[in-house]
Ligand binder design. Structure first.
Ligand SMILES: Cc1cc2nc3c(=O)[nH]c(=O)nc-3n(C[C@H](O)[C@H](O)[C@H](O)COP(=O)(O)OP(=O)(O)OC[C@H]3O[C@@H](n4cnc5c(N)ncnc54)[C@H](O)[C@@H]3O)c2cc1C
Length: 624
């Protein structure tokens, strides 16, 4: 692959397509033959059912790395994905950096960094950035395990930039730069080496439990429209975040919180789910580029051009909120700063704030796309297939851009320990679907580190569990599971599309960055209405094969469940911390709320409580 000297050139997806395709076709044939034996009328029972030692739901960074580890522990993994491996989920879209402490980057990876750094400092920076909510056992594993995991990927050919980048929140440069496709290329290569089976275009809809243990998964084969049951000794959930709760998102369409919803129904607990990271990067206007993440390259996060963010009265509000760092703050502070202006009526016409470059000499703006900071921006101001040339001409002439936020990353999620274990026998989770590593905010690059470390840990733990566990027969009566899948197709009814739009509007207006008790209660009232509508949702299109309307209807249920979980969680945290801003409780309450916010499923209802954070070395402060 051609990379620029810092390793951040455009991805070369098509160059890896053949490789992936080969693997998939090969694996798919295996799956289909197993599957056919089921539907051709053989008796139902453990012997005949489609099964794998460990089924991993989600095939990307966390899932693929988990699968490799499962195989290395002598167990057979099966990766499931709604899309295609290497082409679905957030991992392949990452820009992409992962974090390693600078000292290890020099000594283990042979990169240029700063040897004054240490794993302890990396640990501390992450803990502080996350508002002291991280599980410190998980964080220890995060900083300790990543150098060797990254080294193996580099030894297998992953191309990275030689020099580390320095992101906001890092005391020393720690961002190892690569690309999402390159990252996935190596993980797929590792999966192939370990003969990992992949079942693509499979939407998991429920975990199956017996005697308190998870024994398999069911779902819809999108390519046939068939309901499929898969037995497993253990399951690893790696379905990523649920960013599609919001109309503006940096993340791909398929991230609709299915994993969260399945886990909740199976009785799994959640931690700090109110902590959703937003990026201040979205164009609010003109309509041709509305919702596009141009700000990613221009001003969000690192703001290399030094754009000014202004409210509608021209105040450079970030300079007021943080006179030292101004616009150069971590993502949580930037999003809260921007959206507080909007909430308090000082936002731009279309619900964002103004981004200005008019304080800069025109030549500096013109030269910006050639800088090394933005490899995905062409010299002519094209980014992600959109042209911003005209917009930037107007910006140089003094017209500000209107920029808002987009949902970007779930810091909270399924509650697991440092081995990815959820507390429910046979059920593990890894990657963005989990909480506990990042606490209340994520520093740039820490997600890719998280998914590798957690994927490996969960793979090993699930494989160890599977060594002494057997396959179990599924219940005779599967009606509850088949009805969830087949219900929408069998009905003529309400449009899931309209309800999803309404839900996203509610989330955007009332459950975005700035929240209040009133707004959160409103969300929950609306969720109750959406839940009433759900059994009436149907499909106009009745085809069984790749029926998008059907998939949307199934995803809608996940989004409604997730919204209820997030709003309930946000209502409990009566303080502002990191990415969670309560306008009615604007301060961080270190005394009472340096605690993890836990959600549990008590007979289908959400029960909440706070519990102390897991501490190993740094005791959180009792005051600011
Ligand atoms: C635009 C963008 C840029 C980013 N850049 C960076 C970066 O530079 N550095 C960094 O550290 N982080 C970055 N992140 C965050 C990071 O990419 C993600 O947190 C991480 O990749 C998540 O990996 P994952 O394996 O947990 O989930 P994902 O990569 O999101 O994969 C989820 C998988 O689950 C599957 N799935 C979902 N539901 C189902 C279902 N019902 N049945 C079957 N399969 C299902 C999907 O198809 C997919 O295969 C970025 C995120 C985005 C959106």
């Amino acid at each position: 692959m051609d990379m620029d000297e810092r390793g951040r050139s455009y991805e070369k997806r098509d160059m890896i397509a053949d490789d992936i395709q080969y693997n998939v076709v090969k694996q798919y044939a295996v799956i289909q033959s197993l599957f056919l034996s089921r539907i051709m009328g053989e008796n139902k029972g453990v012997e005949n059912m489609l099964k794998a030692d460990i089924v991993i739901i989600g095939s990307e960074g966390a899932g693929a790395r988990a699968a490799v580890e499962v195989a290395r522990h002598g167990m057979k993994p099966l990766l499931l994905t709604k899309g295609k491996i290497g082409r679905s989920g957030a991992t392949v879209t990452a820009m992409a950096d992962f974090e390693v402490d600078s000292k290890s980057a020099v000594e283990v990876l042979g990169l240029k960094g700063d040897i004054r750094d240490s794993k302890e400092k990396f640990f501390e920076d992450t803990l502080i950035s996350g508002g002291y909510l991280s599980n410190q056992k998980m964080l220890e594993r995060h900083v300790n395990d990543i150098p060797e995991i990254a080294k193996e990927m580099m030894d297998k050919g992953m191309k990275v930039a030689q020099e580390l980048d320095h992101a906001a929140g890092q005391t020393y440069p720690r961002s190892v730069m690569t690309t999402g496709p390159e990252f996935m290329r190596i993980l797929i290569k590792m999966c192939k080496e370990e003969n990992v089976a992949v079942y693509e275009h499979f939407m998991a809809t429920d975990l199956v439990k017996k005697d308190g243990r998870v024994i398999g998964v069911v779902g819809l084969d999108l390519s046939t429209g068939e309901f499929v049951e898969i037995g497993a000794k253990a399951i690893i959930m790696a379905t990523g975040g649920g960013m599609q709760m919001y109309p503006y998102s940096t993340a791909p369409d398929e991230l609709t919180g299915d994993g969260h919803a399945m886990a909740f129904r199976a009785g799994v607990s959640f931690i700090d789910l109110e902590m959703i990271q937003f990026m201040g990067c979205t164009m609010m206007t003109p309509p041709a580029v509305e919702g596009q993440g141009f700000g990613y390259g221009l001003c969000a996060d690192i703001n290399p051009l030094d754009c000014w963010l202004l409210n509608k009265f021209g105040t450079r509000f970030m300079a007021d909120k943080d006179p030292i760092h101004k616009e150069h703050v971590t993502r949580d502070k930037l999003a809260v700063g921007m959206m507080t202006e909007v909430f308090e009526g000082r936002g731009s016409e279309h619900g964002g704030i103004y981004v200005s470059v008019s304080h800069l000499p025109k030549q500096i703006v013109d030269n910006y796309p050639q800088s090394k900071n933005v490899p995905y921006l062409s010299k002519d101001w094209e980014m992600f297939g959109f042209s911003y040339k005209q917009i930037m001409e107007e910006a140089k002439a003094g017209k500000a851009l209107e920029m808002g936020v987009a949902s970007h990353f779930f810091c909270g999620g399924i509650k697991v320990d440092e081995n990815g274990y959820s507390g429910i026998p046979g059920f593990y989770a890894a990657g963005e679907v989990t909480g506990g590593t990042e606490g209340g905010n994520r520093i740039s690059g820490n997600a890719l580190t998280q998914i590798l470390v957690q994927g490996k840990a969960a793979g090993a733990a699930a494989a160890d569990f599977a060594k002494t566990a057997g396959f179990e027969e599924f219940p005779k009566d599967m009606a509850e599971y088949t009805e969830r899948v087949n219900g929408p197709l069998s009905r003529e009814g309400l449009s899931s599309f309209e309800i999803r739009k309404a839900l996203q509007k509610v989330c955007w207006e009332k459950l975005c960055v700035v929240r209040t008790e009133e707004s959160l209660k409103y969300v929950l009232e609306q969720v109750a209405e959406f839940k009433k509508q759900l059994p009436l949702v149907g499909c106009k299109a009745k085809n069984k094969i790749y029926n998008r309307e059907w998939v949307d209807a199934l995803q809608l249920e996940s989004l409604i469940t997730l919204t209820e979980l997030v709003a309930t969680s946000a209502l409990q945290r009566k303080e502002s911390r990191c990415v969670h801003y309560r306008h009615d409780f604007p301060d961080t309450n270190y005394k009472e709320f340096t605690m993890n916010n836990i959600l549990e499923n008590k007979s289908g209802r959400i029960a909440t409580h706070f519990e102390p954070v897991v501490v190993t070395s740094i005791v959180p402060p009792k005051e600011a």
